[in-house]
Design a protein around this ligand. Sequence first.
Ligand code: AMP
Length: 375
Amino acid sequence: MNFKNLNLIDPIIRAITEGGYSKPTEIQHSAIPHVLDGKDIIACAQTGTGKTAAFAIPILQLLKNNKKEHRNVRALILTPTRELAIQIETNFKQYSKYLNLSQLSIFGGVKPQQQITALKKRTDTLIATPGRLLDLIGQGLVDLSKIEIFVLDEADRMLDMGFVNDVKKIIKLLPKVRQTLFFSATMPEETRKFANTILKQPLEVKVSPVSSTAKTVQQSVYFVEKRDKTQLLINLLKEQPLKRSLIFTRTKHGADKLVKKLRLSGLKAAAIHGNKSQNARQQTLEDFKQERTLILIATDIASRGIDISELSHVINYEIPNIPETYVHRIGRTGRAGTEGRAVSFCDREERVHLKNIQKLTGSTIVEVKYNQSLN
Ligand code: AMP
């Protein structure tokens, strides 16, 4: 199966081929034909599966094929974080290189002026986080009355982050007749119920369920006392010159504290989380992408927008209490068939979380003793 079999138009095929995509991923293969058919879909796909292109490519084709004279926004993508908004905009730009269509991302955490100026130009696809979008709608700067296609991206995370009321307010402003695409990495009951209120006879598209972890990720766990975690981490990082490693902590404060401790021991690390300014977050990500910093400490929410391949290690400094979060985290390594390693530090209190993770994924995570190296 290649992209031509999906009846995509030449300018799109040319752009994605130049971007190095040779064949559609599973989610693209399953979702693109339905979206092109104008159907509502509810899609369950983990990050890293190519889900952005699964909605962006057919949306661009639909917008191109059904030209409109008005200058209002025609497609709206709602996404929970700034990083994701920027990432999605970048993808749209890449795929629409040979189409005469425009896209813009708007998000909080930065001054709105630049976004307001950009909104004066024609925008076919608007990619937005809920708060900033409502702000700009309130100022009369965005009109959603001509939206043809609406995408709710990372819906589970959106509900998790308490955006449900904002999202509901935004949906009320959309035309009743529209196409809706609902993407979520996990589909807990609450998320599914919400989906049913906004979708019309949706087709369900399901690929790699969240309980499955990529086969290319080697998972291991160290059983360790809480107070020994930092030293264990320092030892591992020093012992084995790793390529880029992403380390997860539960809280923003925990991330900052860990950066300080690693720096004191001579390791160059940086943290990315919601308390940092947008510019600081972008700079930290860029340093990590360019391998100027090899150790990045993140909270779950901030990590969502990180799209970096060749991540050698994901380290769970703290084990998440929601098992699906573990699957998301380790999905950041071993992408697109490359080998990756996921290492977890488990203290006494976290054993119950580890048990739930093993139950969800149906796999046993191998225990490693301290004296064995990360590799
Ligand atoms: P996503 O799940 O949308 O975050 O995408 C994960 C990564 O896969 C991104 O770096 C995409 O650029 C890349 N990607 C998406 N679709 C394809 C494809 N068909 N072939 C190769 N890479 C892809």
